[in-house]
Design a protein around this ligand. Structure first.
Ligand code: 6GU
Length: 226
C-alpha cells in the first residue's frame, strides 16, 4: 500500500523511522512518502496561509499549494483523508477499511484548516481522532496511519490481530509474564494450568468485566467477530 502525506511539517513524521512501521517499509509492505506542501507554493515568500472570507480568528492554509500538492500524487485509485476535529470519529473498523485501499493521501491541516472546496474537489474523508482539539493534522495522521498499518497484510502476525482490544468488540483481558509471583502478587492460577479451554473462558470473562467497567458504551452484551 502506498501512503502520501502532505504536510507543512515533514519533520513531524520522524517516528515512522522506528519499529514496526519502519520494518514494514523496508519489507516493501508499505510505502510512506512525506511531501512538503511548502514546495508547491508559487508565492515568492513561500507563504502558505491566508485569511478566511467572512472574517474571524486565525488563518486558513492557502488553497493553491495544497491543491497542487494533492494533484502531484493523485490518481484514480487514490482515497484522500483530511484529519480534522470536524470529521467522523476514527475507530477499529475504519482502520481495517482504510488498510484495504491501494493508495491513501493525507492532507495535514494547520492553522484553522483548509478551504471547503479542496475537501469537495478531492472527495476527502474528514476523520477526527477524538473529541478534543489538536494544533495540527500531523499527530492524527500518524495515529491513523499507525493503526491502519497493523491491518496491512504481513505487517503483523494474524494472532496479534485476533487477540487484541476491539477485535471482538471487547477490551483486552489482563496479561501476565514471569515471575510467577511479583511483589507478593501471584499470576492467576488458571493461566498456569495448561488447560486452553479454561484459559480462553477466563480471558473472555475478564474481557467482559473490564469492558463493562471502563467502556460500558462498547458493551452491548454480545461480541462481534470481524
Ligand atoms: Cl484529526 N485534527 C485536529 N487538529 N484536532 C483533532 C483531530 C484532528 N482529532 C481530534 N482532535
Amino acid at each position: 500500500m502506498k501512503i502520501d502525506v502532505l504536510t507543512l511539517f515533514p519533520e513531524s513524521f520522524k517516528p515512522f523511522e522506528e519499529s514496526i512501521i519502519s520494518r514494514a517499509q523496508k519489507k516493501g509492505l508499505l510505502e510512506i512518502n512525506i511531501i512538503n506542501i511548502r514546495d508547491f507554493t508559487k508565492d515568492k515568500h513561500k507563504k502558505c496561509d491566508d485569511t478566511p472570507f467572512g472574517g474571524g480568528a486565525g488563518m486558513l492554509m492557502s488553497v493553491q499549494p495544497v491543491f497542487d500538492a494533492v494533484k502531484s500524487v493523485w490518481d484514480e485509485s487514490s482515497k484522500v483523508i483530511y484529519p480534522s476535529p470536524s470529521g467522523k470519529v476514527f475507530n477499529h473498523s475504519m482502520a481495517k477499511q482504510f488498510a484495504q485501499q491501494e493508495h491513501l493521501i493525507f492532507i495535514c491541516g494547520h492553522y484553522e484548516g483548509i478551504d471547503q472546496r479542496l475537501i469537495e474537489i478531492f472527495n476527502a474523508e474528514e476523520v477526527s481522532i477524538g473529541d478534543y482539539v489538536l494544533t495540527g493534522g500531523e499527530l492524527p495522521a500518524m495515529v491513523i496511519i499507525d493503526s491502519l498499518s497493523r491491518f496491512v497484510d504481513g505487517v503483523l502476525s494474524k494472532d496479534s490481530l485476533n487477540e487484541e482490544s476491539f477485535s471482538n468488540g471487547l477490551l483486552e483481558y489482563p496479561q501476565y509474564t514471569r515471575p510467577q509471583i511479583f511483589e507478593g502478587r501471584a499470576v492467576p492460577e488458571v493461566l498456569l494450568s495448561g488447560n486452553h479451554a479454561e484459559i480462553a473462558k477466563w480471558r473472555k470473562t475478564k474481557a467482559i468485566e473490564k469492558t463493562k467497567k471502563v467502556r460500558p458504551d462498547l458493551f452491548k452484551g454480545e461480541t462481534r467477530e470481524d
